[in-house]
Design a protein around this ligand. Structure first.
Ligand code: NAD
Length: 727
């Protein structure tokens, strides 16, 4: 590999978002470094500069080819500027976006057609428009850096890849693989990318810490891209679209029909973007890339971008980014964490920590429980191995990072301990007392409790400032939210460390104030309790869950789920505990405890609502025994009434949470419920949905009418009618 290239003084461009230099062998090295942002984005400004660079390369005889590299750490390019898109959605002015799409299509096409080769060196996240930029190049080299990943996640924002991605990707990697990537937005890692033909080479490279053009030039990755560009200078066969069997229209139609079927199975008809993307791909394959991109992709993109669904999804995405930026976080050093309790939650948390490179000490009270927990973690990791997203060595290292133990002393030297022991106050207090006697003085105690307040757990602690809540959601791998609970006594250090850990796990740390059920469980409890009450009235389990699923609950996780399925997932003992303990909030939390108690027979496993995808006959029998009936006037529960009974109390509780200052803003409620319990993202969040589909007066009236028929638990709070929650 040539290492004696130097930057020639002959030509040096001055740009705001790119650093450029011509190397001695005629390769123009362009370093993308978007000014004022931590990631590279494609917008009018950066693309105008890139256009200038492409033209200069075309017109300068001394330039033989171009190698494009990112000067950001861990990011090649995040894609289109979402803030710009969201501004356009809010102002309903898409003129600038339309102009950008046209410019980018022409620019990328000019690159693809250029006689001079363009090669990208990809390290870090290469997403959306970033990948479309790479696809317009003649070759792509990826680094094996852990943060390198490639995806076209546009459908998750309610749009489609609009910079030629729907046209170029199928031509590069074939129709089925492209449909899968585009309709799911799934992430591809370097090894997979190489296998699929998405990248042409993979290099193990150590990134330089100084991200200057001079420094990155010495990296193996950039050297490989330069060598590739040189090699392509002397070959006429460049970027030949691959001819495969899907060039036959009949087969194309079948493959696309199957892709549509898969989309509808996964997200029903709630999200139009993946289906429009299939349309764009199918129709575009009849044309050359340029005509396909401009004529087909562009109008579909603009139509989707103008829809309320995309506006909601982009808004939620930006809220998540703001959330991550807005918290002060501190890294855990050394990266070793204790997890107390190896049950359902403890084992999942330990598995996630090990995945992210943490050493974990996992403590429980019996070897059998620990063995079962390690078995569960191994099973989850093996599933990733089967999907070929990790290597056997990754699995081994992850498992080796977890040290199961029965000894409390083993967590003594750790900077942070997460408590996920049984939901019993005396057990939690005992575990905290033990922690205080053995832990190092600056160690943080983070509780994953669902129902106790931080104040209750830390009531007799000596150093309450070290106590913080770190409330994960089940299943931990899927749910992206973590509530970071702050009591008045919690120190800033404890909060920062808890936020740091949540970020390390790739979660959104939402800061909430201490209070029964915090934010999410407090609102969720109204929904779950009402579902149990409906079962007690004899409404079929299947029907209750169907109403929630038809509304879109948990559709974004890929597994739509009603409240009773969710109760089974949480586990009735924990759920019952949460519901009973939240009765402190007032009579509006009705837990139907006698019925729930009957589902938890002494010395036997708890009953579930569902059993192998069928209603559990034992649970149905118990519900008959505890049947609750209402007056004739209430009438049979229609689907509309079930929907109102499940969701209106959640709105009421959310408004009460705002009143109690659990969080300050309605958008935090929307974000928390979307990422914590799977409230459908396409509706924009609970309060946005309420605001956009009902007036405060209507909500109050409906709740009052439900209260008259079914009980006082539906009585609306005063803040609902004054509309203060509408922001
Ligand atoms: P679980 O019953 O599955 O696990 C609790 C584990 O704690 C058991 O293995 C038990 O042996 C162990 N344990 C008891 N005393 C201990 C001690 N002194 N030291 C170490 N381990 C001890 O319960 P879970 O569902 O995993 O819940 C754990 C915590 O997470 C609870 O506080 C719960 O409220 C919370 N949580 C649960 C969910 C959920 O969906 N289940 C979701 C969020 C939070």
């Amino acid at each position: 590999m040539p290492s004696d290239r130097t930057i020639s003084p002959r030509w040096k461009g001055e740009f705001k978002h790119f650093k450029t230099a011509v190397l001695d062998d005629g390769i123009l090295l362009a370093g993308f470094d978007y000014s004022g942002k931590s990631v590279n984005v494609l917008n009018v400004e950066s693309m105008t500069e890139w256009q200038e660079i492409v033209q200069l390369a075309e017109q300068t005889a001394a330039i033989k080819g171009v190698a494009l590299v990112s000067l950001k750490i861990g990011n090649f390019c995040a894609g289109a500027d979402l803030e710009q898109i969201h501004d356009a959605q809010r102002t309903r002015n898409f003129g600038e976006i339309e102009q950008l799409v046209t410019t980018v299509h022409r620019l990328f096409d000019a690159m693809t057609r250029s006689p001079k080769p363009f090669v990208t060196a990809i390290e870090g996240a290469c997403l959306g428009g970033g990948l479309e930029l790479a696809l317009a190049c003649h070759a792509r080299i990826a680094s094996t850096h852990p943060r390198t990943c490639l995806a076209l996640p546009e459908v998750r924002l309610g749009i489609l890849p609009g910079f030629g991605g729907t046209q170029r990707l199928p031509r590069l990697i074939g129709l089925p693989a492209a449909l899968e990537m585009i309709t799911t937005g799934k992430t591809v890692f370097p090894r997979q990318a190489l296998r699929m033909g998405l990248v042409d080479g993979m290099v193990t490279s150590v990134p330089s810490s100084a991200r200057t053009l001079e420094a990155v030039q010495k990296e193996a990755l950039v050297q490989a891209a330069i060598v590739k560009a040189r090699a392509l200078c002397s070959t006429s066969a460049r970027h030949q679209p691959k001819q495969r069997f899907w060039s036959f229209p009949g087969i194309r139609t079948l493959v696309c029909r199957y892709a549509r079927h898969k989309v509808v199975k996964r997200v029903r008809q709630f999200y139009p973007a993946p289906l429009r993307a299939v349309d764009a791909i199918q129709r575009g394959m009849r044309w050359s890339v340029l005509r396909g991109s401009l004529n087909i992709e562009k109008p579909l993109l603009l139509e989707l971008m103008a829809s309320p669904i995309s506006t909601h999804l982009v808004g939620l995405f930006l809220s998540g980014e703001a959330l991550k930026r807005g918290v002060t976080s501190a890294s855990i050093s050394p990266l070793r964490v204790g997890v107390l309790g190896a049950g359902l939650m403890g084992s999942q948390i330990a598995g996630q920590l090990a995945e992210k490179g943490c050493t974990v000490v996992l403590r429980d009270v019996s070897s059998e429980i620990l063995a079962k927990a390690m078995g569960r973690i191994h099973e989850t990791q093996t599933a990733q191995l089967r999907k070929r997203t990790i290597l056997p060595s990754d699995l081994r290292f992850r498992m080796l990072r977890i040290a199961p133990t029965l000894r409390a002393d083993d967590v003594a030297t750790l900077p942070l301990v997460i408590e996920a022991v049984s939901e019993k106050l005396e057990v939690k207090r005992a575990v905290l007392a033990e922690f205080e006697t053995i832990a190092r003085p600056d160690a943080v105690f983070a509780t994953n409790t669902s129902s106790y307040t931080l104040a209750e757990i830390a009531a007799s602690a000596v150093h309450r400032e070290r106590c913080v809540g770190l409330h994960f959601f089940n299943p931990v791998a899927k749910m992206q939210l973590v509530e970071v609970v702050r009591a008045p006594f919690t120190s800033e250090t404890a909060l920062a460390r808890a936020c740091g850990l949540a970020k390390l796990l790739g979660k959104f740390p939402l800061m909430v104030n201490d209070g029964p059920g915090f934010l999410v469980n407090r609102i969720l409890s109204r929904y779950l309790a009402e579902a149990v009450i409906l079962v007690g009235e004899g409404v079929p389990i299947r029907r209750i869950d169907a109403v929630a699923k038809n509304f879109g609950m948990a559709v974004d996780s890929g597994r739509p789920m009603g409240p009773l399925e969710l109760l089974d997932l949480i586990g009735l003992p924990v759920a019952r505990h949460v519901l009973t303990s939240l009765t402190v909030l007032g009579p509006r939390i009705e837990s139907r405890d006698a019925f729930l108690q009957a589902l938890l027979p002494e010395g036997k496993p708890p009953l579930t609502f569902w059993n192998s995808e069928k209603e559990n006959p034992q649970t149905v029998e118990e519900s008959r025994r505890h049947r609750q009936t209402y007056s004739e006037e209430a009438g049979p529960a229609s689907d509309d009434i079930i929907l109102k009974r499940l969701f209106l109390p959640m709105i009421d509780e959310a408004v009460r949470c705002l009143h109690d200052k659990i969080v300050d803003h309605a958008w935090q409620v929307d974000f928390a419920l979307t990422y914590g319990i799977g409230f459908p993202a396409f509706r924009g969040g609970l309060l946005t949905w309420a605001r956009q589909t009902m007036t405060p007066g209507q909500i109050v009236e409906d709740l009052a009418s439900l209260a008259a028929k079914y009980g006082k638990r539906f009585e609306p709070c005063t803040d609902l009618s004054n509309g203060s929650w509408q922001g």
